[in-house]
Design a protein around this ligand. Structure first.
Ligand code: GCB
Length: 596
């Protein structure tokens, strides 16, 4: 499925705006069978949780219903009509009038439905969408539902961000010709000054395919006929971090001299490679500076917002960040398109966060149930995880900004069963995309001594909180621990190491002359101590601070209106640490600091 685009043969109608809304308790037994009888309206795109003042809606566990009417443009007679959802979190059921037209599980990847047989050009239809936020041991991410003593259903999950749900990204009605382009894949290489572009096009029926490559000024730089092939671009301008350059691959289906479908796929020419302990982009060593982020803003929750998109990228540029990780789920496609156009490097993550029963037990010092077992995370969990990987790569394979896949955050990789669980998933990822390195972000309980899966991956991504969860308030010890650990991983695995998380909470306005956790000064000193350790180890190829901005979590005694490890506040104001990071990163400019 290609991303919906308006082209000479395809049109789009956006269905964003206000939709009627009700939780299952107020929606009647068959909410799709007629107009939803409700006083509430919800914004799309947005998570629904923070829109209303009623905590019964915010904390609702189960189905909610959205409804609106839509009209098929009268000019679409004879075309296929497709409904496209960028994300319905976590499970969606779509009805056109009384007909169930799509079901999808997985809250951060797109899906569509061909509704041609249920609608007529020029006429209106009723569109009802059921959205379910339930997380179980076989969903990605996982969670559990319990029933409280008073009968309320409540949800627990193993990840540290609020379980926002709803229609968080755009909904579109699209027209496509009956014989159409279904999928386009582009893989690029560099051969001296020439760019190579291996392309492959899938069509809905057998058809004659023509392709051409246009440079940014519209000039044609290569062309070919056939559904697969290799194009060569002489004097290519590569896509580089900080200096994006995009070409367009224009794909046409031609029938009797007429173009019957046309689709434009932007791409950049660049290579990614791991050589020894280095991470190379276009053959040059790259040092990552940036953040683990979240899609999280006041009121909208995880709803995509172009204004925050622009502002967040401005702040990243201001601070000298050249990259970020889509922790802990695939972000809206608009974010990756923007990164492509602005030369920001992306580590693209699945929503497999929380495959770990050791974290809670470990922090409380309690024994825990085995993480990988038939009762907890089992073959069905792995099947859901495999599907999440397939959908992520299918959606994001053509983005030059995406330089690596991260298939899980903090799984219990030191436990029995971890290797059996992960080996087939790593194989699957490599099969689907042999061109990008594969990683996972390792939890602190998985050390270089006991981790069981690191050798399966291309690079070591470490989440470490020395000076915060460990050696709290003692930065000298934290620095020593960090250095020892880094040297341990580097010697054992001889692979590059990316610090994929390190960070300390800070409450803006809280100050101290001593090393006092939660103060702005402590956040700065914490980062400096960690940086000294990173700079002393050659294998470290980058640093992603946790987190770009404060974000909402479920309630907990370690959280003060959410997680406060942001370098920016939730409304994107800089804490003192932002200025300190800026001084360091503006000097680095994508190169490793030269020390010893
Ligand atoms: C982690 C997790 C991240 C949390 C963070 C924290 O290791 O990967 O999701 O938010 O720690 O602040 O505890």
């Amino acid at each position: 499925m290609v991303k919906p685009r308006c082209t000479a043969t395809r049109e789009l109608v956006r269905l964003d705006g206000l939709w009627r809304f009700a939780t299952s308790s107020n929606a009647g037994p068959q909410p799709w069978s007629g107009p939803l009888d409700t006083p509430l309206e919800a914004a799309v795109p947005a998570s629904y949780n923070d829109l209303f003042t009623d905590s019964a809606i915010r904390d609702h566990v189960g189905w909610v219903w959205y409804q609106r009417t839509a009209r098929v443009p009268r000019g679409w007679a004879g075309e296929r009509v497709i409904l496209h959802f960028d994300a319905v979190t976590h499970e969606g059921k779509v009805y056109v009038d009384e007909h169930l037209v799509a079901e999808h599980i997985g809250g951060y990847t797109p899906f569509g439905a061909d509704i041609t047989d249920h609608v007529k050009a020029g006429e209106e239809f009723r569109l009802t969408v059921g959205v379910n936020n339930e997380l179980t041991n076989v969903t990605i991410p996982p969670g559990t539902i319990t029933v409280a003593q008073d009968g309320r259903r409540t949800q627990k999950y193993l990840h540290d961000f609020y379980n926002y749900a709803g229609i968080a990204r755009s909904v579109r009605l699209c027209s496509v010709p009956s014989v159409h382009i279904d999928d386009v894949t582009v893989v690029t290489g560099l051969d001296g000054a020439t760019g190579t572009v291996d392309y492959s096009v899938r069509t809905s029926a057998s058809a004659t395919v023509r392709v051409r490559v246009l440079d940014a000024d519209g000039s044609r730089v290569a062309a070919a006929e056939g559904a697969n092939g290799t194009l060569r671009i002489d004097d290519v301008t590569p896509w580089r971090p900080g200096a994006a350059h995009l070409y367009d691959l224009v794909v046409d289906i031609v029938d009797g001299g007429q173009v019957t479908d046309t689709y434009t796929q932007p791409f950049g020419v660049r290579t990614v490679e791991i050589r020894g302990r280095q991470f190379l982009i276009n053959g040059e060593p790259f040092y990552f500076t940036g953040f683990g982020k979240h899609e999280d803003t006041p009121v909208r929750g995880k709803g995509h917002d172009d204004a925050y998109l622009v502002h967040d990228f401005q702040l990243m540029e201001w601070i000298g960040a050249n990259s970020f990780r889509t922790s802990h789920y695939p972000y809206a496609e608009e974010v990756l398109d923007f990164a492509d156009r602005h030369g920001i490097v992306v580590i693209d993550e699945t929503a497999a966060v929380g495959l770990n029963l050791a974290v809670e037990g470990g922090l409380a010092g309690r024994p825990h149930k085995p993480t990988f077992s038939p009762e907890s995370f089992n073959d069905d969990t792995r099947a859901a995880h495999a599907q999440a990987i397939r959908e992520l790569i299918a959606r994001d394979k053509n983005h030059p900004s995406v330089v690596m896949w991260c298939i899980a955050n903090e799984p219990s990789s030191h436990e029995d069963g971890a290797r059996e669980y992960f080996e087939p998933l790593v194989e699957l990822t490599r099969e689907l995309d042999p061109t990008r390195p594969v990683s996972y972000a390792a939890v602190m309980f998985a050390t270089y001594k006991n981790d069981r899966i690191a050798d399966l991956f291309d690079i070591l991504c470490l989440n470490r909180y020395y000076g915060w969860y460990v050696a709290t308030g003692d930065l000298a010890t934290a620095e020593t621990y960090m250095g020892v650990e880094l040297r341990g991983w580097a010697e054992k695995y001889d692979k590059p190491i990316l610090m994929s998380e390190y960070g300390a909470d800070a409450l803006p306005g809280l100050h101290s002359v001593w090393d006092t956790p939660w103060t702005e000064e402590y956040q700065v000193a914490y980062l400096e101590a960690n940086h000294r350790a990173f700079d002393s180890v050659d294998a470290v190829v980058g640093e992603h601070v946790w987190n770009f901005a404060d974000f909402q979590t479920s309630n907990g005694i370690h959280r003060v209106d959410g997680n406060r490890k942001g370098v920016f506040t939730r409304d994107r104001r800089p804490k003192t640490a932002a200025h300190a990071l800026r001084s360091r990163w503006k000097l680095l400019q994508g190169s490793k600091p030269r020390t010893s």
